[in-house]
Design a protein around this ligand. Structure first.
Ligand SMILES: Cc1cc2nc3c(=O)[nH]c(=O)nc-3n(C[C@H](O)[C@H](O)[C@H](O)COP(=O)(O)OP(=O)(O)OC[C@H]3O[C@@H](n4cnc5c(N)ncnc54)[C@H](O)[C@@H]3O)c2cc1C
Length: 808
């Protein structure tokens, strides 16, 4: 075996082989895969091989579409069949909510060119004669569905990679991994050691054990999963074509043709975890004892649509383990804090995602960043708070509800609460209904006396609509108090802090006492972050950003720190809390509780002060507000949050102070046209596409991404962020993201976030349209819940467009 390689991939399942193939295809030939037994010795050999592309989020759908589209190419390149059957598939809906779920799936697919169409029930029966159509209200046909042969796909990736010069060593278990002082990795095996620049953990069922070799702990938990294969079914044997895959929202099953029978897989109603404390070392091409009674509920639902299943003989039952992260999405990318240690773990749907994951990781290693935003699968989306108990509760919940409809704004209770802020009990008493943000509970809205203190979900406006309206009006007319501890807070300090930040951020740094908004760009000019940067002193900055992205951002910051100790970056997010007061009376409230100048001239918009607030001797107060109102964000060490809250609350009573949650903040920011990280802003966009161009100072000197940004500015945007005001049409629903946007009947763009704007009395959304369709005031149509509603594009903010309220 070779002693050096550029990349060592650990694990010869579909994921590892797809990564190896893409590395070699993109030009890195000095790459090696180590497999402890035969290839496919984990979950890959016994998978059902069902394929589908329509899914959420949007970029996951793009990667699945890519993976499926790759099979014919892979077959041609490797000369190895993938057993690929592009038979299409049908989604069946029996209830109005299921019909709506399919309409949304269909509408969202348009953004990525993933075809689907509603077909008649008669047509469904023609292409799938085993269907019993009683009670079926709608059928969506997805041509990209189909199936493949899992073992053949894995072998095809390996063969094509080998043909390109990559090496595959079977029966070569990795027994230790060590990072050497120079940053290289040393990988130990019984066949000798290999040194490499990049190490990839693609060890599937053993990803936890392989991670432990590098001293890290991944939030992963294996579960058991059943499917069964029937004997030949007469209707299928008599049918000339192939039956499309069949599934239904909330059905809990997937079904496809296998030979002249059917393969039926079940997300069992009672998830059973397997090997919670570690995958056995010697587990290989093995199955677990099966128990068909665990599939009973799922089978019952499938029989409703395919009665032939009831009498079909069972040829085999498979119960195999697979391993999941808390949200069932893969854990991809560089592990924070370890140089060049890449994860490709927890892959739940390797035959739909493997190609996309392979491409993404190869791009990440070779080009330094993936070509698509994949934060939703990034290993950095979970922090240390995602422990075993949480992982177990979440994997159980999401497995059991795998095919359930997910409603707009739906939150999931499983595994919570984990982390709470000091005022948690206070706001609970005040009626808070909580959401979940990077392990923390935070108020979404406040139930009034007449409301029940919980979310009730549906596609139409939720039970929080009226209460949120009152919260928004309180912001516009009096003053509101918001828990904003969920924002990420970083302190950057040291003699080199200013120079370092100036290179990291695209805007000019503020002067001491001032605040600016600053995008952070990747070397390719893509958005990596959008921060509020406040300068507390010449060499000390407070940076505020997206809470869920804090590990993602810390990984980036740390990878760019100079080695000389001149810059210190501290993540204060969990140790510091925040409270926000906003509304015309916010200044009076601050004046009453703070020591220091709070007048409009002494403390203007976009400035920062360190001052005593209530009993806290030194809080950081930033004069900004995402609400669009006069407002102050107050940050304090966590131990002061309760006492500041109490003082604000007792003082604010006379001013009409009201609790306000994040759903009101969403409504207000959309009225203002303020884009939010994760929803409207991701690394898919350049700042010029996202209305952040004015914060990019190409003339300030060099910074990361400057050259690419200059080229982007010259080339013009590929799409542009805009506000949409949508006519109500008597409907009781608003956008929430993903809806298709049309102009003159042509697909013009899509929505990224939406809400009713309670201050403007309009149904609103933010989204992107292609430049030819972008025109202030243009008449559009937005597909809300599958119905095209007239809308108007606005290039300006729809609430206080001059920003006078913010500046007053
Ligand atoms: C019953 C069942 C049905 C499924 N159906 C589908 C489906 O229809 N469609 C779909 O897309 N997905 C399906 N899946 C999921 C799919 O099987 C997985 O997503 C996929 O196999 C994961 O592949 P992997 O390469 O990440 O992991 P694995 O297949 O587990 O591969 C990991 C590999 O790493 C090797 N390894 C581990 N430790 C070491 C070490 N120390 N040194 C060297 N090598 C090591 C292992 O031997 C193994 O070969 C199904 C899964 C199950 C269980």
């Amino acid at each position: 075996m070779e002693s050096h390689a550029r990349v060592v991939v650990i694990g010869g399942g579909v994921t590892g082989c797809a990564i190896l193939y893409h590395l070699a295809k993109m030009g890195w030939r000095d790459v090696v895969l180590l497999e402890r037994q035969e290839l496919t010795s984990g979950s890959s050999w016994h998978a059902a091989g069902s394929l589908f592309a329509l899914t959420s989020p949007s970029n996951a759908a793009i990667l699945q579409k890519y993976t499926i589209g790759l099979y014919p190419e892979l077959e041609a390149e490797s000369g190895q069949s993938c057993g690929y059957h592009p038979v299409g598939g049908i989604h069946l809906a029996r209830t109005e909510d299921q019909v709506m779920a399919l309409r949304l799936l269909h509408s969202r697919g348009k953004r990525n060119g993933i075809e689907s169409e509603f077909i008649s029930i008669a047509e469904a029966q023609r292409i799938a004669p085993i269907l019993k159509t009683d009670g079926i209200k709608a059928v969506l046909h997805e041509p990209l569905k189909g199936y493949c042969d899992p073992a053949s796909v894995t072998q095809a990736y390996a063969k094509a990679a080998r043909d390109l010069g990559a090496k595959v060593h079977r029966f070569t278990p990795v027994t230790a991994t060590r990072q050497l002082p120079g940053g290289e990795w040393e990988v130990e095996t019984p066949a000798g050691n290999i040194r490499c620049e990049y190490l990839v953990n693609a060890a599937g069922l053993w990803a936890r054990e392989v991670a432990a070799l590098a001293g890290i702990d991944l939030p992963l938990m294996p579960v058991e999963h059943h499917y069964m294969v029937t004997e030949a079914i007469p209707e299928i044997a008599a049918f000339e074509g192939e039956i499309p895959n069949i599934s239904e929202p909330s059905g809990g099953y997937y079904c496809r043709q296998e030979g002249k029978g059917l393969l039926l897989g079940a997300y069992e109603a009672h998830c059973v975890h397997w090997s919670e404390d570690g995958t056995p070392k010697d587990f290989g091409h093995e199955l677990l004892p099966n128990d068909i009674s665990r599939m009973e509920e799922n089978l019952g639902r499938a029989v409703q649509s395919m009665p032939c299943l009831e009498s079909a003989g069972i040829k085999r039952i498979i119960n195999g383990p697979m391993i999941f992260s808390p949200d069932l999405g893969p854990l991809l990318g560089p592990y924070p804090g370890l140089k060049n240690y890449f994860c490709a773990c927890g892959v739940m749907s390797g035959f739909n995602q493997g190609g996309g994951i392979g491409r993404t990781l190869a791009e990440w290693m070779i080009e330094g960043e993936p070509s698509l935003d994949i934060f939703f699968w990034d290993v950095a989306r979970f922090g240390d708070w995602a422990g075993k108990r949480f992982t177990k509760a979440r994997t159980k919940y999401f497995y059991e509800h795998r095919t359930d409809i997910i409603y707009p704004f739906q939150e999931f209770a499983a595994g919570r609460p984990i982390r709470t802020y000091p005022i948690h009990d206070r706001v609970t008493k005040a009626g808070a209904v909580f959401g979940f943000n990077y392990g923390f509970e935070f108020p979404l809205w406040y139930a009034r006396r007449q409301d029940s203190q919980e979310d009730r979900y549906g596609f139409n406006r939720g039970n929080w609509f009226e209460a949120v309206g009152e919260e928004c009006r309180a912001l516009a007319e009096q003053v509101g108090l918001l828990e904003i501890s969920t924002f990420a807070k970083y302190e950057v300090s040291g003699p080199g802090a200013a120079t370092w930040l100036d290179r990291l951020l695209a805007n000019r740094l503020p002067k001491p006492g001032k605040t600016v908004l600053a995008p952070m760009l990747s070397p390719k000019g893509r958005l990596l972050g959008d921060f509020t940067v406040s300068r507390l002193a010449e060499d000390r900055f407070m940076i505020l950003g997206s809470g869920p992205a804090q590990r993602f951002h810390m990984r980036y910051f740390e990878s760019r720190l100079p080695g000389d100790g001149s810059v210190k970056v501290e993540n204060l997010s969990a140790r510091w809390c925040g409270l926000h007061i906003a509304g015309p009376k916010a200044r009076s409230l601050l004046q009453a509780v703070a020591e220091g100048e709070t007048g409009a001239n002494a403390f203007p918009f976009l400035s920062v002060r360190e001052m005593a607030v209530g009993p806290c001797p030194k809080a950081v107060v930033v004069r900004i507000s995402f609400t669009g109102e006069l407002g102050y964000e107050i940050y304090m060490p966590a131990e002061y949050q309760r006492s500041i809250y109490d003082e604000l609350w007792s003082t604010g009573a006379d001013l009409g102070l009201r609790h306000v949650g994040s759903r009101a903040l969403l409504a207000c920011r959309i009225e203002k046209g303020f884009a939010s990280w994760g929803a409207d802003l991701t690394s898919d966009y350049s700042p010029f596409e996202s209305n952040l161009g004015r914060f990019v100072r190409l003339d300030k000197g060099d910074f990361i991404g400057r050259e690419a940004a200059a080229a982007d500015a010259k080339a013009g945007p590929r799409e542009r962020l805009a506000s949409f005001a949508i006519e109500p049409n008597g409907a009781d629903a608003d956008c929430f993201g993903g809806e298709a946007v049309y102009r003159d009947g042509k697909l013009a763009g899509y929505v990224t976030s939406g809400s009713y704007g309670h201050r403007t009395g309009q149904s609103l959304a933010l989204g992107y349209v292609k430049p030819p369709f972008f025109e202030d005031g243009a008449a559009l149509e937005v597909e809300v819940l599958g119905e095209r509603r007239p809308a108007r594009l606005s290039a300006r903010s729809l609430y206080d467009p001059e920003g006078e309220k913010l500046r007053q």
